[in-house]
Write a protein that binds this ligand. Sequence first.
Ligand SMILES: [Zn+2]
Length: 411
Amino acid sequence: MNTGLLTTALISLFSLSILFVKAQDKKPTDRIAVTAKRMIDVRSGKEISDVVILIEKNKITGVGSNLKIPDSVKIIALGDVTLLPGLIDAHTHLLHQYYTRYGDDNSNRILEMIQLGPAKRALLGVKLAREMLDAGFTSVRDLGNSSINADIALRDAINNGDVIGPRMFVSTRALSPVGGQFQSVTPTAQGLLNEEYVQISGTEEARKAVRQAIYDGADCIKVIANSGSRRLSLEEMKVIVEEAKRANLPVAVHATDGDGPSMTAVEAGASSVEHAYTVSETVLNLMAKKNIFLVPTDVPGVTKYQERIKRAVKAGVRIAIGSDIYYEFPGRTRGQISAGMYKTYAASGMTNIEVLRAATLNPADLIGNNSIGVIEVGRFADIIAVRGNPLTDISVLEQLVFVMKDGKVYK
Ligand SMILES: [Zn+2]
């Protein structure tokens, strides 16, 4: 080793770091204090009054009641509002939008497949991502229907700062039985299905699909356990989970229609079951035992869905709420529609703090990211403010007055 060269390198590194420190001193906006009348600590469920959150660059460095604010720190005084960690939607489709004027799911599906490629999908995502962030969603888990890797492109553009949106944790194409979620299409059109799903038949195709998703840059794996009478087998599901877990990726399984498809996911050891609208205690108890999350995507006012939420809470299943919104509602943004979902769960009997945890901390744990989901020292400064108190009225989550993501104010 040439020690002379090493010394020169060390000296220049040292002077560089001095320059860096000096540059930081000139930028007081790197250090921020956000103050408000109250904050909800979603972990303990407690209210903290006259809260001060200290932020350096993009991380939280202090949080507490009446904390001393150091000099030369920029103060954002929000007054009579409640601070919360940024919302996390556990089930989104930001590159996917249906229109009621085109008819039902199947007609929309075919039109979308034929008319939109990855570029148009990603550009649609640019709009919807901004709408989600404006509504307080600082992170989303985006589960497919994004054409080939357009979700990766959008996630990376947001992370690069080229596009404004939530942190995205994406799945790339969903793995599915033959035909994906399409009803019958002509043999000529069937070739196009690969734009939207990776159709698997057999364990080796399942293995290959997961390995491809990992190579493409997926943060999680999305699986369609059933579509009509087409179902993946337990053997296929087990291989998917085994391959994903080796790469430390969570597996999200779409499962509907009674216990069967959900049970396949649970027996194979998936990380979450999506929808599971009508599952029995047998499935829920096993989910609780194996620490598998339920990601309900309920529409309001359906008694049997509400009852299974009650049974899930009673069984001790952790819930991470997902909107699964993909229809356009004229006059309302995607974010506004998605924020409306929380009152559905309060109506199903979850307490307000349980809903808040299912909107923040639980999805963070499901995603496997311990830098988001709660306002604590060392975590990213993803903070929202609402008027009123969500512990007494959950619908205040629909009236955001402040959004900060990664230490930057967006609203
Ligand atoms: Zn979905």
